[in-house]
Design a protein around this ligand. Structure first.
Ligand SMILES: Cc1cc2nc3c(=O)[nH]c(=O)nc-3n(C[C@H](O)[C@H](O)[C@H](O)COP(=O)(O)OP(=O)(O)OC[C@H]3O[C@@H](n4cnc5c(N)ncnc54)[C@H](O)[C@@H]3O)c2cc1C
Length: 426
């Protein structure tokens, strides 16, 4: 009755913990030879934070991240367009968290080792392909020295990220992820906190912008916090870009000159960028939504199922919610393909909407370009350019699409009832 999981990222580890919670055995196969705290900052929306709390991380999340207090949009001249409260300050029953991706992954990993035992995760094994049969799924794996091995399970879940090998087998002609011309340079710097001290801001417009937020409280001695930043520029997509790789290092000189005059009385962007250690670059890619995630006893989740532009802060949040909904499917239908179908029926249409909204200028950041088009980002009062009602309606619409409308989320019963469990003969 074992569920095989390919990939020990945010999605795979969340699924392992969820399966453990409801009594379903799992085995995880991860291609990296060792899990390390890689990446920079990500945001966890209240719908995902709720699930992490239900998994028992309420206290620990507070030690690895910062509760995001407000979310603001600013023109390239540093002028405020729209700011709204976030998390509990907005009326959600759960906070929004800004966290270091690597610390989140390691928190989940430690919990898997403690709760399920170290031997459920095997690193250094790359999932290559699968076969399905009436009894379940067989996963073909390749070791670091080229050795091959096959493992059988009742179900197989592909949580192997943006370059999913399982997805490539399911959708053989899909080709590489689609680049929209934008490049993201990402880093973290020790710097003074800005605005509320827990603010997330988007500055600029569609072809050039900065997103930044703190990942830690300020150090009591230095007053400096760890600040995550992303600088983004858009090029002609026909020039092509290197294949997406979250760990590719970049040089500050490639983009800093374009942001040199972004010095505002509340934030000095070039100084922030100069303060970074390693800087990474990543092309803004997504993939077309799929018509199907499930093939019998095999399904996709997380980035393997839905790669979207990282503009709405919901890649990791979606991965966590996927894990919980998959768990719910198992609870309702047992360890059967019907559980995978139930999960897909609920999550695939929702994620398709997010991919299309982020792609079609319907993401929360679309407001920046509207203001740039209307007044080149310069105004005395924002109401002279765009009405308050218009701004509020835009912000509310995206939250609903992404599944974190305030009233709806607060009223929703837990995805997995406390104490719910499957009785399984191992
Ligand atoms: C190293 C790294 C750094 C990242 N940094 C950022 C960041 O700074 N900002 C951001 O917004 N997002 C980042 N991401 C992406 C972000 O984690 C995901 O968008 C989101 O959390 C969804 O999680 P996921 O588990 O689906 O994918 P991921 O978190 O990408 O996890 C996929 C996991 O599967 C493993 N894997 C890949 N192929 C195979 C295979 N064939 N067989 C077995 N295992 C496989 C990978 O090593 C990884 O551990 C990063 C991802 C990675 C892997």
């Amino acid at each position: 009755m074992t569920v095989l999981i390919a990939g020990a990222g945010i999605a795979g580890l969340s699924l392992a913990l969820t399966c453990h919670q409801i009594g379903v055995p799992v085995r995880i196969f991860e291609s990296a030879s060792e899990l390390k705290p890689l990446g920079v900052g990500i945001n966890l929306q209240p719908n995902a934070v709720r699930e992490l709390f239900d998994l028992g991380f309420e206290q620990e999340l507070g030690t690895i991240g910062v509760q995001t207090r407000d979310y603001g949009f600013y023109s390239k001249h540093g002028l405020e367009i729209w700011t709204e409260p976030r998390g509990k300050w907005a009326g959600y029953a759960w906070p929004q968290y800004s966290v270091h991706r690597g610390m989140l992954q390691m928190m989940l990993y430690r919990a898997v080792v403690e709760r399920l035992g170290a031997d459920v995760i095997e690193t250094g094994w790359r999932a290559e392909s699968f076969e399905t049969s009436p009894d379940g799924a067989v996963l073909r794996l390749r070791g670091r020295n080229g050795e091959e091995r096959r493992e059988a399970g009742r179900l197989l879940v592909a949580a192997d990220g943006v370059h999913s090998a399982i997805r490539a087998q399911m959708v053989p002609n899909e080709g590489p992820a689609i680049w929209n011309g934008a490049v993201l340079w990402r880093g973290t710097s020790r710097a003074e906190p800005f605005l509320s001290g827990a603010s997330m801001v988007l500055i600029g417009h569609q072809t050039q912008r900065v997103v930044t937020y703190p990942l830690s409280e300020p150090d009591p001695e230095t007053g400096l916090a760890l600040i995550n930043w992303i600088a983004e520029k858009t090029f002609d997509p026909s020039i092509g870009w290197q294949q997406e790789d979250w760990n590719r290092k970049a040089a500050i000189g490639d983009f800093l000159p374009d942001f040199e005059d972004w010095r505002f009385d509340w934030l000095d962007v070039p100084r922030l960028i100069r303060g970074a250690g390693d800087v990474f670059e990543y092309p803004m890619v997504d993939r077309d939504p799929l018509d199907k995630w499930t093939d019998g006893s095999v399904t996709l989740m997380g980035d393997a199922a839905h790669v979207t532009y990282p503009v709405g802060s919901n890649g990791a949040s979606q991965a966590i919610v996927d894990a919980r909904k998959l768990g719910r499917g198992l609870l309702d239908h047992g360890v059967t393909p019907a559980a995978l179908e139930a999960y897909e029926d609920e999550m695939r249409p929702a994620s398709t909407k997010i991919i299309l909204a982020n792609r079609g200028g319907g993401g929360p950041d679309a407001i920046l370009q509207r203001v740039e088009d209307l007044c080149s980002g310069r105004f005395e009062k924002i109401e002279d350019v765009i009405s308050h009602e218009d701004l509020a309606a835009h912000a509310a619409k995206y939250k609903t699409v992404a599944g974190f409308g305030i009233e709806a989320l607060n009223a929703m019963p837990p995805i997995l009832p406390v104490g719910a469990s499957l009785q399984i003969n191992r």
